[in-house]
Write a protein that binds this ligand. Structure first.
Ligand code: NAD
Length: 367
């Protein structure tokens, strides 16, 4: 059985789905691996490293997509790539199934079994396959560095011959995987950090990282299955806005990570809050791709609003391509080990991990 790793073609995508170390592990379990020449180069994994790990390298996508039993990718294939996939093959990648009807149609045309990596269920057994968590960890770290880069102030407290510098104040909205990483990173850089989330468990985690918790007391029913948040009621939203408005005005760095699965990101930072911030302060909106937590965010742009910089960050993990790929690859390797045995595919579409991930099979979408 052959696993195929094509080169990523989406604009700005530098990650690769399998790194050479994972290729070596798959080879040891009796699987063949074919990698498109140059696939790992944007993430600093040269072709020679794949060859040394036992991969067979090919030029161009056709020999990978058309001659592999299982194709692993980071971003969903374009319709043109989907049309090259071998009839009846398995595709494992991020698929954004709700917004990719044309890609899914191309895959269904080839009777591909498509497993969407964003649908790995949030159960303990599948934690080591959870790409959303591993990539959110990378993104939470980088968001703080982006904020620090754009900030007019230093983050740490300094006592120097040139005077004493007070620590900057950083506020993290949404304390899930990315938010907690952002809190920990901002603390390491010496900022005075506060956090907010609607879930009670997140409140405890914010406090355990040495940050203060701001905003209304989380409601017990705010957390739903899988650890996700439910949407707030209008009354709750109003209370949150009031509490946060008073706090945001004094912050040097605001990082927003709040998401509700399957919906537009909740609007938490209003235009009025932005205007209340000091010039030189920064907002890094990690929810930019799903509409933004800040009313003024523009996805993919860095804008200046009266001296406040708003970073509408998109695909942050790709900007740390090496380690984001190492973690992505480890998740994919664990999933591949779950669906293969002694060099053969043992895919069970009723399996509790595979079932929610399967968005297309035998020519039909299974959204
Ligand atoms: P996410 O990306 O969906 O959302 C990010 C954060 O935004 C969440 O903490 C959420 O509570 C918060 N949020 C939503 N609406 C908000 C609002 N109006 N104001 C403030 N915050 C708001 O979530 P995530 O980070 O991927 O995961 C959340 C939690 O799920 C984790 O902390 C963890 O407990 C759990 N989880 C479990 C597993 C597993 O068991 N395999 C894996 C990953 C995560």
């Amino acid at each position: 059985m052959r696993i195929g790793v094509p080169r990523e073609t989406s604009a700005g995508e530098r990650r690769v789905a399998l790194v050479p170390e994972s290729v070596a592990r798959l080879r040891k379990s009796g699987l063949e691996v074919r990698v498109e020449r140059g696939a790992g180069v944007p993430a600093y994994f040269p072709d020679e490293a794949y060859e040394a790990a036992g991969a067979d390298l090919s030029d161009g996508p056709a020999a990978v997509l058309g001659e592999s039993d299982v194709i692993v990718k980071v971003q969903r294939p374009s319709p043109a790539e989907g049309a090259l996939v071998r009839e009846g093959a398995v595709l494992i990648s991020l698929l954004q199934p709700s917004t990719s009807a044309d890609s899914l149609a191309a895959l269904n045309g080839r009777r591909v079994t498509a497993l969407a990596l964003e649908r790995v269920p949030r159960i303990t057994r599948a934690q080591s396959m959870d790409i959303l968590s591993s990539q959110a960890t990378v993104a939470g770290y980088k968001a703080v560095l982006l904020g620090a880069t754009h900030a007019a102030k230093l983050l740490p407290m300094l006592t120097t011959a040139a005077g004493n510098i007070p620590p900057a104040k950083a506020f993290v909205v949404g304390a899930g995987v990315a938010g907690l990483m952002a809190i920990a990173t901002a603390r390491r850089l010496g900022a005075v950090v506060s956090g907010y989330d609607v879930r009670a468990a997140a409140r405890e985690q914010v406090l355990s990282l040495g940050a203060t918790f701001i905003g209304p007391e989380p409601q017990k029913d705010a957390e739903v299955a899988g650890g996700y948040a439910r949407e707030q009621t209008e009354e709750e939203k109003q209370k949150t806005l009031e509490a946060l408005a008073a706090h945001v005005t004094s912050q040097d760095l605001v990082i927003t990570t709040a998401q509700i699965p399957g919906r537009a990101a909740p609007r938490i930072i209003t235009a009025a809050m932005v205007h209340s911030m000091r010039p030189g302060s920064v907002i890094v909106d990690m929810a930019a791709e799903s509409g933004g937590n800040c009313e003024l965010t523009r996805a993919g742009e860095v804008i200046d609003v009266g001296g406040v910089t708003i970073v509408g960050a998109v695909n942050i993990p790709s900007s740390i391509p090496y380690h984001a790929s190492v973690m992505f690859s480890k998740n994919v390797l664990t999933l591949l080990q779950h669906v293969t045995k002694e060099g053969a595919l043992t895919l069970d579409l009723e399996d509790e991990i595979v079932k929610p991930m399967c968005v297309a099979h035998a020519g039909e979408s299974r959204a």
